[in-house]
Structure formats: C-alpha cells, structure tokens
Write a protein that binds this ligand. Structure first.
Ligand code: GLV
Ligand code: MN
Ligand code: MN
Length: 399
C-alpha cells in the first residue's frame, strides 16, 4: 500500500506531499482508497461532502469505525493521515488472517480536507458530516484562487450536497490511528500511545493595512508599513506563547502588492494558536491582538482580527482510552495529550465515543517532509489497531 501511495502528489524537489482536497493527487489517493475497499469486498458509502466509508458488514448493531484522512498540508509528510488509512486496511487483513469475525459492522473511513490546506477550515469533511459547520457557511468557503468549495467538488467529478447526511448513522465508536506529531512517545521509549485530549486551538486572520509607497524615496519615519506591524506582532506572539508554554504561529502571509521595492499597502497573516485550556486560548489571542493594535497605533497602520475557526478542548472518552491502553504484554500504552487537531476530535465533540492511537515518530517532526515512522513501529500500530478493533467489535463488545 505504501508503494502505491508513495509517488502520489510528491514533490521531486522537497520530497514532501501536496495533496489538496479535490485536486488531482488527492483524488488519486481517493481512487486508491476505493480500490482497496473493492479488493477487500468492503461496501462503500459516500456522502455529499466528499467523505467515504468502506464497511465490512458481517455483524449487526452499532458500527465500529476506523480510518483517517488522505489530504496533506502543503509540502507535508507521508504519514499524517495516510498512516491511519493504510493501517486500517492492514488491520482488517490481519483480523481476517486470524479468522476474526466482527460481531458488528467494521468500517474504514477517509475524511476530506482534514488539514484545511485548501479552504482554510481544518476537518471540513467531518465538521460538515456532524453539523459542526452549516452548509451555508461551507458554501461560502473559497480557495486561494477564489474557487468556491462546491465548484471545486464539482470540477473533480463529485456531486456536492453539503451537510450532515446518513454516513455516520449507525457508527457507535470511532478509533483513529495517527502518526505522533511530537516527541512524547520518543521521550517515553514507547511505540504506541493513546490520546487523552486535544488542546483547544484556532485560526485567526490578522489584516494589517498601511500606505503603499516607494521603498527608496520614502523616509523610514514617514512610512505606514503594515509589514513592520505584522513583524512586531509575530515577535510579540512568539514571546507571549513561550512565556506560558503555549503555541502561537504565523505560518501564512500574503502581502499586497508583494513587490520588493514597495512598502506594502496590506499584509494578511494567519495566526494558529493552541493552549491547554479554552480560557488560556482566549487570553492568548486577546493579548496578541492587543499587542498588534498597540503596535499599529505606533506605526500609523490598521489592524483587524477575525477568528476563522476555533475548536474547543476535546477530552476523549477516558473509559474507552483505558480499555484500549490496558492489558498488553508490554504493559499499558501511555495515555497522552496532543496539540494537533484531528477528525477524531470533531466526532468526539459530536458525541461519538472516540479514541486515538499514536505511532511513535522518531523525528518528532510533522507537517513537513521530515515527518517519519519506523516500519517496526508502523507494524506495531497495525497490531495495536487490530487488537483495539477486536476489543470493540468482538464477542461481548459493549460500545
Ligand atoms: C492538523 O493536523 C492540525 O493540527 O493543524
Ligand atoms: Mn492528520
Ligand atoms: Mn495534519
């Protein structure tokens, strides 16, 4: 399966992946997903948002869903998303080899636009399917070229029908396996971990406005330079987050007119902020906004801050986490928090009992071509997922 996926959307220069939703590389991954379902005789169901589930229907009652996503951030790693999907198919193969027959339907899902790399809103597919975003709001989303979401879907051959459909009906529990995106498991010397919670996080658009002017003839003291206000705000955000063990990142900016020899008229920058509590997230973003406005006052520039998406803290079902983590030959798997967002967080917030398994990442790097996972750990992940699915879909399963 890795050999199939390896070249799809891979940049020859960086080695990273560009699999934006409804683009050709991501659609190729999706076609591969359908082939994998067909090869295993899984019954495929899709919704009008671009999400798909392949069901192994031997049992009755509430289904056990696993899977993850196939899209990537811009220049992303190989594992963020696909590791969960590949491991899900591999876990089904392992269970079948063992002669396991699920007592309830067992599904592998692929959620669309998890990263928000094209339409700006992370977990767009799972938000739409759970009703966490309204179809009306989603219809207004546009990519960087101004293409509306429904048009992008239609251009890739889909028939968009945004909003909660019936795809999640009958799903009683969701388990998402994911590459770890930090160093927690490396530091603990553990190959597998279980998630306790997702930190609250959000995306905020900072629009800095100023006065376009000549880069040579305009004296430094006469400028109203929004790039300077942005730069000082980014530094202040970094200091503020460092001081409190939180996260603040300006990872994307657009400058207008974006010319080397002109003071810009406008800079738009996106802040990604993450904190341990909902209150601390609100305080951090308010403080960064206050510092930005102070600086704008001094630079004679303008600033407006718009929250584009805010995700509250998600605490995963502790009983479920304990049930999956306990009772392994090597002892219990560690139960750890994550600062990364996931579709699992959206399904959990929608009331579906949800768990996440993490596979150790030796570099601790993610959202970058340097993201990594050892084959032995990936195989341990497949075993861990298969064991978890056995516990949830086997005899006496109670979820
Ligand atoms: C998704 O991976 C995120 O945490 O941004
Ligand atoms: Mn992911
Ligand atoms: Mn990601």
């Amino acid at each position: 399966m890795w050999r199939d996926l390896d070249p799809i959307g891979r940049s020859a220069s960086s080695g990273g992946y560009f699999r934006q939703p409804f683009g050709s590389a991501e659609r190729e991954c999706h076609a591969w997903f359908l082939e994998q379902c067909a090869a295993r005789g899984l019954e495929v169901e899709s919704d009008g948002n671009g999400n798909t589930i392949g069901w192994w229907r031997t049992g009755e009652g509430q289904g056990v869903l696993t899977g993850s996503h196939l899209d990537s951030v811009l220049d992303g790693g190989a594992y963020d998303g696909p590791l969960g999907v590949v491991s899900s198919f591999a876990a089904i193969d392992l269970l079948r080899d063992r002669g396991f027959v699920p007592q309830r339907p067992l599904g592998v899902g692929a959620f669309v636009e998890e990263e928000g790399s094209r339409f700006g809103l992370a977990c767009l597919g799972s938000r739409l399917m759970t009703g966490a975003i309204s179809p009306a709001a989603a219809q207004e989303l546009r990519d960087r070229d101004g293409v509306p979401l429904p048009d992008a879907m239609a251009a890739s051959g889909l028939d968009p029908s945004l909003g909660p459909g019936r795809l999640l009906e009958g799903v009683g529990v969701f388990v998402e396996l994911h590459v770890e995106q930090g160093r927690d498991l490396v530091d603990r010397g553990a190959a597998i971990g279980v998630a306790s919670e997702i930190w609250p996080h959000g995306r905020y658009r900072f629009d800095f406005t100023g006065e376009a002017n000549h880069a040579g003839t305009t004296r430094m003291e006469d400028r109203h330079d929004p790039m300077l206000t942005y730069a000082m705000t980014a530094m202040a955000a970094n200091e503020q987050a460092r001081a409190s063990g939180e996260r603040a990142t300006f990872g994307r900016i657009e400058a207008v007119p974006n010319g080397t020899n002109a003071v810009p008229s406008r800079v738009t920058a996106w802040l990604d902020a993450r904190c341990a509590t909902d209150d601390s997230l609100e305080k951090l973003v308010t403080e960064i906004g206050r510092m930005g406005h102070d600086r704008a006052g001094r630079d004679g520039t303008g600033l407006s801050v718009t929250a584009e998406s805010v995700s509250a803290r998600v605490g995963f079902d502790p009983d479920l986490a304990g049930r999956l983590a306990d009772g392994h030959d090597g002892g219990a798997w560690p139960i750890i928090p994550t600062q990364a967002g996931h579709d699992a967080g959206i399904l959990s917030a929608a009331g579906i009992p949800t768990a996440m398994l993490f596979v150790r990442n030796p570099t601790g790097v993610s959202h970058s071509p340097a993201e990594a996972a050892e084959t032995a750990d990936c195989l341990a992940g497949v075993e861990a997922l298969a064991t978890s699915l056995e516990r949830l879909a086997g005899e006496g399963a109670t979820e």
